[in-house]
Design a binder for this molecule. Structure first.
Ligand code: G6Q
Length: 548
């Protein structure tokens, strides 16, 4: 491994800027959002920022102007500007894998330049995009047919992790813009149920499989891809059918060819695109097939608008920078262990799951870039569900539990499905929830409502629960692009402050290696000699005994 790209102090927590924040926490800890809002009537209009169609209201965080100043000072001390420049310059900031991190190049307009080892990759990006568009136009227009000449009506994307969560999320998010006469499904789990249920009611003659795998060696994806090939051959009875019913998205042409997919039908990407940062690369081919090339490009323009904002906006107006710094504040200084992602938009139902990978795989790290154990918390736990459903389940704990949970509310001013006054009701709920979390309900207020004395404590809400609200006009491909890029860069900021490698995933690699060995032990005909711990050995033996 090369040396860490940035000099690091002994520890982040030894920095004067960190210490200043620790001291400052003492002043904030006992202040209530009620008081902060009362002291500044314009707080809700002042502590906001706007870019690329997103309006970020961060006024309901437990912060003052001084908190923001101190956080910005920390960012500066952690060389945030230099780190942003290093990413956009194509430096190998993924230090443990010695790779550039250039997902921003995936959405760069044709005239721009992004260099990887001295080569401008933007023309390569557009060459793939053009091939994807041509292919997608053919499939959508009926020019690309199945083996027996019938139109493709079903698209099944097979991939896992970064090669699945983005495409599923984007398909669900942009369903309103998708071809309603085509069926789109996603298979990720190696559990045979996933594949069997996905194809149960489909005709192989009308089905196209997109095998998405950066490495093209991932156990789950390859297993499902083989199942798909067998299903297709069973239905169509001719090996030549594979060429019409299978395309691949990968960086590994050799493995794609070995699987039997014609390289003509392969769409490439590059090692400088991390899996969880790849939904806007060819990994998004299913998205393009669903919404069309123009809408896909509109999505890229939203990503790009946020990239430009992140790169150029001043720190105090910079949405991802502010959001990332607030995450540091909530995680490290207010000790909030988790972030609830609460989209008030049914189409964003898979967004929390997508964000879970983006944030937790990126910043779930315990050593610095130089490999030293951190002495502070890193990535918080992300989770969530669309509003208003969550309100009837876990919001109870956010309102009245003993832990501090930071929340991100996401909503849109216009609905894509007007139905009476339902959108107003939805949004009223979102605004009411963030208000209640921030301001709570005092015992006096509860009493004033006529509650009997013994119930006052139960019905009082402390409030002072921090939240961000992200509000946009309407869920469009462009807005979705901006929203994803916003979170990508927020994650980057957090990783930069924590001085960790946000772009590797050794924990995932471990899982891949472990399962292989165990799979061999499980499937062998002879009783294997098991060298695991006594629990794992017993579980494997029991499973072998009972499987059929
Ligand atoms: C993402 C991770 C991981 C990866 C999957 C699939 O950043 O690296 O989730 O995307 O393990 O890997 P392949 O695309 O190589 O099949």
């Amino acid at each position: 491994m090369g040396k860490a790209p940035f000099p690091e102090p002994k520890s982040l927590t030894q920095r004067p800027q960190w210490r200043a924040l620790t001291e400052h926490r003492g002043q904030i800890e006992h202040r209530h959002l009620r008081e902060l809002f009362a002291a500044d009537r314009s707080r809700g209009e002042r502590l906001v920022a706007e870019a690329a169609g997103l309006y970020l209201d961060f006024s309901k965080n437990r912060i003052t102007d001084e908190t923001l100043r101190l956080l910005q000072a920390l960012a500066e001390a952690c060389a945030i500007r230099e780190r942003i420049d290093a990413m956009f310059r194509g430096d190998k900031i993924n230090a443990t894998e010695q790779r550039a991190v250039l997902h921003v190049a995936l959405r760069a307009p044709p005239g721009e330049r992004f260099l990887v080892d001295g080569r401008n990759v933007v023309p390569d990006v557009h060459a793939v995009l053009d091939r994807m568009a041509a292919f997608s136009d053919r499939v959508r227009g009926g020019g690309w047919t199945g083996h027996d000449g019938r139109r493709i009506r079903n698209v099944i994307s097979i991939g896992i992790g970064g090669s699945d969560l983005g495409p599923v999320m984007a398909y669900e998010a942009l369903r309103n813009y998708s071809r309603r006469d085509m069926t789109f499904r996603f298979v990720s789990n190696v559990d045979g149920t996933a594949f069997s249920e996905a194809v149960r009611d489909l005709d192989p003659g009308e089905t196209l499989f997109i095998i998405c795998s950066k490495t093209f060696t991932t156990l789950e994806t390859l297993t499902n891809a083989h199942a798909a090939r067998a299903w297709c051959l069973r239905g169509l009875g001719d090996k030549k059918a594979i060429a019409r019913h299978f395309v691949a998205v990968s960086t590994n042409a050799d493995e794609v060819a070995k699987f039997g997919i014609d390289l003509e039908n392969m769409f490439g990407f590059w090692d400088w695109v991390g899996g969880r940062y790849s939904m806007d690369s060819a990994i998004g081919l299913s998205t393009m097939l669903a919404i069309g090339a123009d809408n896909f490009r509109a999505m890229l323009s939203g990503f790009h608008a946020m990239d430009e904002h992140f790169r150029n906006a001043p720190p105090d107006r910079n949405l991802p920078l502010l959001h990332g710094l607030l995450a540091i504040w909530n995680t490290n200084f207010l000790d909030a262990p988790t972030v609830a992602v609460l989209p008030y938009e049914q189409y964003l139902k898979r967004f929390p799951a997508y964000l879970q990978q983006l944030t937790m795989e990126s910043n779930g790290k315990h050593v610095t870039l130089a490999g030293e154990r951190v002495d502070y918390q890193t990535g918080p736990i992300y989770w969530g569900e669309p509003g208003t459903n969550g309100q009837h389940s876990f919001y109870q704990l956010i309102h009245q539990g003993t832990r501090l949970i930071a929340c991100d509310f996401i909503g849109f001013c216009q609905t894509l499905n007007p139905l009476g006054d339902q959108h107003d009701l939805l949004m009223a709920n979102m605004f009411a929830q963030s208000e209640a979390l921030a301001f709570g309900k005092t015992a006096d207020e509860v009493k004033a409502g006529g509650t009997s004395d013994e119930l006052v404590a139960h019905r009082a809400f402390e409030g002072n629960r921090p939240s961000n609200t992200i509000l946009a006009e309407k869920l469009t491909p462009r807005t979705l692009g901006a929203l994803v890029a916003f979170y990508e860069h927020s994650v980057f900021v957090q990783g930069a402050i924590w001085n960790i490698d946000s772009f590797d995933q050794w924990g995932v690699e471990l899982g891949k290696a472990l399962a292989k060995r165990t799979a061999d032990e499980i499937s062998g005909t002879n009783e294997p000699v098991l060298g695991h711990d006594s629990s794992t050995n017993a579980l494997i033996r029991r499973y072998r005994g009972l499987r059929k």
